[in-house]
Ligand binder design. Structure first.
Ligand SMILES: *Cc1c(COP(=O)(O)O)cnc(C)c1O
Length: 464
């Protein structure tokens, strides 16, 4: 049997990594000089690296390890499925038990009439599916000119050509371009962009950009609107309370399709099964991935409502699919993940225990001299770093300079917390306990203190 060699000294692993491994979203030559931190094992909310550090994972990997690391049941489910039926496709009028069971289970936990699942291998692939699906839907409805999809600046929908184009991140568009027929409106980011308005008024203003864009393009050209219930990679931007109800009103009024990208917010992250429930949204299609399998296997999909599924099924083939759509091993693992979420009442744990406990401490971080607002929904949260809370000022240094310094202090203190610009974000495994939240907050506070001291010493506590 091929044994993966994990007995090498860290420096040798780092050298091989630098020589042969191209990292995503990374300056690879800068990383090669510094050396990657190499993870070796994990259990619950704790990672262990090759140097033996025990690190608390405030990000659940990449927002995905909802049930925590190292659950044997998922390994057993994968091994059993590989022995029973390691692979089969679902293309040419065939199916298999794990895909059937998982689709039925997803329909059970998804709200309302979201009862049909088209499987993909990731969130990006699922969003590519969505682009083709909504355009195909309007073809069949006899309105093939309805092709434009409206999305949002600073949204994140993956990094394939389709996903990256739906996303509103200039840095991604700059590398490889953007496909036609996708336009962007502003994001509901009150802290940065709300000026003198109340958050509620600003939420309405941003939502009404959707109506203006529909009228500008002509409703006869618009297929759909896509948004994350809470922008994740954009910095955990929790919209003002007025935002989603107004978006829903506009979508209903003009009869366009609504896609909720629930790749992060699905499967318990916001204290309900789906973020759409937390924010009162009624999407026609939901994008799922990440927490669907808690990251134990790569799998994603689109949950489609009865009406859209019926239309798509009424006109022959839909010429779309992936070799690994509904992969039996990934499906068996996702099914076991959902069983654990249900039977161990993990969504209720988020809502009734972990969120209230963390919220009290998270909110208290605004007493720190570096922290402006603190936001948290379920177990996804952010804090805005600022040199002046009263004016919500930006730092004079390039955006992200301070956030990066703060993230480095967290890393040094064995806490994984990410920065997006000068916002710090968390999204820990949903199984985190109050004791572990205490450790997370203690390490975050220590890191903020160290970051603040460094900024003062270097003369960086200056407003732009
Ligand atoms: C991560 C993410 C994606 C992309 O998922 P991948 O599995 O990385 O392709 C899409 N949408 C949202 C909201 C995400 O957070």
């Amino acid at each position: 049997m091929n044994k993966i060699t994990n007995h090498m000294p860290t420096a040798e692993l780092q050298a091989l990594d630098a020589a042969h491994h191209m990292h995503p979203f990374t300056d690879n030559s800068a990383l090669a000089k510094k050396g990657a931190r190499i993870m070796k094992s994990a259990k619950g909310v704790w990672l262990t690296d090759t140097e033996g550090h025990r690190i608390i994972d405030g990000m659940a990997g990449l927002w995905c390890v909802n049930i925590g690391y190292g659950r044997k049941e998922l390994a057993t489910a994968a091994a059993a499925q590989m022995e029973e039926l390691s692979y089969y496709n679902t293309f040419f009028q065939t199916s298999h038990i794990p895909a059937i069971a998982l689709a039925a289970k997803i329909a059970e936990v998804a709200p309302g009439d979201l009862n049909h699942v088209f499987f993909a291998g990731s969130g990006s692939e699922a969003n590519d599916t969505n682009i083709r699906m909504v355009r195909r839907y309007w073809d069949i409805m006899g309105q093939p000119e309805k092709r434009v999809i409206i999305a949002r600046t600073n949204g994140y929908h993956g990094s394939t050509m389709g996903g990256g184009s739906l996303g509103g991140m200039a840095g991604i568009h700059a590398h490889g371009g953007k496909i036609a027929g996708i336009v962007h409106i502003g994001e509901p980011n009150w802290w940065e962009q709300g000026g003198e308005m109340t958050p509620e008024d600003f939420g309405l203003l941003r939502a009404r950009e959707l109506e203006r864009m529909i009228l500008q393009l002509g409703v006869e050209n618009v297929a759909a609107f896509i948004g994350e219930p809470v922008q994740g990679a954009g910095g955990v931007i929790i919209p003002p309370s007025t935002y989603w109800p107004e978006i829903q009103r506009i979508v209903d009024k003009y009869g366009i399709l609504l896609i909720a990208d629930e790749v992060i917010t699905g499967f318990g992250r916001t204290g309900n099964w789906f973020g759409s429930q937390t924010f009162g949204i009624k999407p026609h299609i939901m994008t799922i991935a990440k927490g669907l399998s808690s990251g134990y296997q790569p799998i994603g999909g689109s949950i489609v409502n009865d009406h859209v599924a019926e239309v798509l099924g009424s006109a022959g083939d839909f010429n779309h699919g992936y070799t690994y759509s509904g992969h039996p091993v990934a499906a068996a693992v996702a099914l076991e993940n959902i069983r654990i979420l249900q039977e161990e009442h993990i969504v209720e744990h988020v809502r009734d225990v972990a969120h209230p406990y963390l919220w009290a401490k998270w909110q208290a971080l605004t007493d720190h001299p570096l922290v402006g607002e603190a936001k948290l929904v379920g177990l996804m949260g952010s804090i805005a770093l600022t040199p002046d809370k009263a004016t919500r000022a930006k730092f004079a240094s390039d955006t992200g300079t301070v956030g990066y310094r703060c993230r480095e202090r967290c890393f040094a203190n064995n806490l994984i917390m990410r920065h997006v610009g000068d916002r710090m974000i968390i999204s820990p495994p949903l199984v985190i306990t109050p004791e572990e939240i205490d450790i997370l907050i203690a390490r975050a506070t220590k890191s903020l203190d160290e970051c603040y001291a460094g900024l003062k010493a270097d003369g960086l506590m200056k407003s732009a």
